[in-house]
Design a protein around this ligand. Structure first.
Ligand code: FUL
Length: 459
């Protein structure tokens, strides 16, 4: 097979301009420090827990009272330990879901956990436990509130800002604030004062990324754990418009299944063809959010729906291993614990993830390629059974690689193509399962000179 090593980014660049004004415009879009930090710790947990756990529902109805939350024991130590074993480095807790019930000691409403039998600030208990176990903590605060009487009036913006201020001020450093776009189809029309909300977070929690109806992290667009083949980080700035995010989000309690099934996403958000028609571009990387079970909240009847290790690992490879972050939901039960089935699955997942890089054959930091580096050649000290290849770009220089080919050297010294890739970004994990004594990586197409942070081959 001809490898056509002469056709690479330094020569033909796959018939795309390497360095014109348009390319300069694309690569001028780079991540913030916060966004880089998140992409370096790309796997974290969602805990959906609250009034719906007590009532065995996915959405509340707005007429609940605080004593309906009749869960009397919680074991955050077990929650945090379980997800840590799963390989996750942070936790986002649903401090208030659409039902409006607050899991913290808030001065904004009586509809909170202190007026329920447990009378414990659950946000504090979970955030303290995170800090104790070296995990990051983040908050989910639903903008839509079915319970609060002021919802739909300007006073609600003040109410929401007060809640946000409490959460930003009293629970240590937050790594992410998650604003859900979901809202019931019949809920009052209301314009959230997003800019005011963002300002509170930027001031009080300068290290937090704001996700979904937020400026830093893009919702992948479904709840099935499915990312696009090419998940670009440089995309049209218009994707940040909260109105359109809301339109595609959940609008009824039983939409969960729909969002897990239907693929309504535009497939191409950031190729040159898309970018060239957009004057304003943004660094807006995707987060995949998915539940380990059928529902977001715990339901006994869902015990059989815990995703298999195979499925979870696939989701990991196609998200974290595909330039996205992964937010995996594990709902604690009404008994205040994470079920043993989920705990076991998480442990197995954590082991499988650690196993990806456990046996390096060759790891190299590369840096900026030179004009003589049309392709890169690697020789191993002996024939290996390769399982994975990992490549990362240095995001400080934006996202540049658009196409690459990987060839592996066989026992007879000949090369065979093992993988054809597209974009790379923060991380591309390629599953190989092939024997090789060396490899050639050809960057076929790039937006200007590639800056490769690192590459690795693993047995
Ligand atoms: C959706 C919500 O309606 C679900 O209940 C869940 O919180 C999910 C993460 O977002 O839009």
């Amino acid at each position: 097979m001809k490898m056509r090593l002469d056709q690479n980014w330094t020569t033909t660049n796959n018939n795309q301009p390497l360095d014109d004004e348009e390319v300069k415009r694309y690569i001028s879009v780079v991540p913030t420090e916060n966004q880089i930090r998140l992409q370096e710790k790309p796997f974290y947990a969602f805990f959906h827990f609250g009034m719906n756990t007590a009532n065995d529902r996915e959405w509340g109805c707005g007429s609940e009272v605080a004593t309906d939350f009749d869960i009397t024991k919680i074991k955050p130590e077990q929650w945090v330990k379980a997800v840590k074993a799963g390989g996750m480095t942070g936790i986002i807790l649903t401090c208030k879901h659409h039902d409006g019930f607050c899991l913290w000691n808030t001065g904004t409403t009586d509809f909170n956990v202190m007026n329920s039998p447990i009378a414990t600030d659950i946000v504090k208990a979970v955030s303290d436990e995170c800090h104790k176990q070296g995990m990051e903590f983040g908050v989910y605060l639903s903008p839509w509130d079915m319970h609060e009487k002021t919802y739909g009036t300007e006073q609600y913006n003040d109410y929401f800002v007060r809640q946000l201020t409490e959460l930003c001020g009293n629970y240590g450093e937050l790594f992410e604030v998650w604003f859900d776009g979901a809202k019931g189809a019949n809920a009052k029309a209301f314009t959230y004062d997003w800019q005011r909300y963002y300002k509170i977070i930027r001031t009080m929690q300068p290290k937090a990324n704001i996700a979904i109806c937020g400026e830093d992290i893009r919702w992948v667009g479904n709840e099935a754990g499915k990312a696009r083949k090419c998940e670009y980080s440089v995309v049209p700035a218009s994707l940040k418009q909260c109105e359109s995010i809301e339109k595609n989000s959940q609008q009824a309690e039983n939409d969960t299944a729909k969002l897990q099934r239907v693929d309504t996403m535009d497939e191409d958000l950031g190729s040159r063809n898309v970018l060239k028609n957009n004057a304003y571009l943004s660094w807006y990387p995707a987060e995949v959010d998915v539940s380990i079970r059928k529902g977001w909240f715990y339901h006994k009847k869902d015990d059989k729906t815990v995703k298999s290790l195979k499925k979870l690992f696939k989701i990991y490879l196609t998200s974290v291993g595909n330039n996205c972050t992964l937010l995996l939901n594990i709902p604690p039960s009404y008994k205040g614990v994470i079920c043993s089935k989920d705990v076991k699955r998480l442990k197995a997942l954590g082991n499988k993830i650690a196993d990806i890089t456990a046996n390096p054959v060759l790891e190299q930091n590369i840096g900026e390629l030179k004009h003589t580096d049309g392709y890169l050649e690697f020789n191993f000290d002996s024939p290996k059974k390769l399982r994975y290849f990992i490549i990362s770009e240095n995001l400080a220089y934006s996202q540049r690689i658009e196409k690459f080919d990987l060839y592996l050297k066989k026992a007879n010294g000949k090369y065979k193509k093992a993988y054809s890739g597209t974009i790379v970004g923060s991380k591309k994990i390629v599953k190989l399962d092939k024997n090789a004594s060396g490899a050639i990586l050809v960057i076929r197409q790039s937006r200007s000179t590639p800056h490769i942070k690192s590459i690795g081959f693993y047995e």
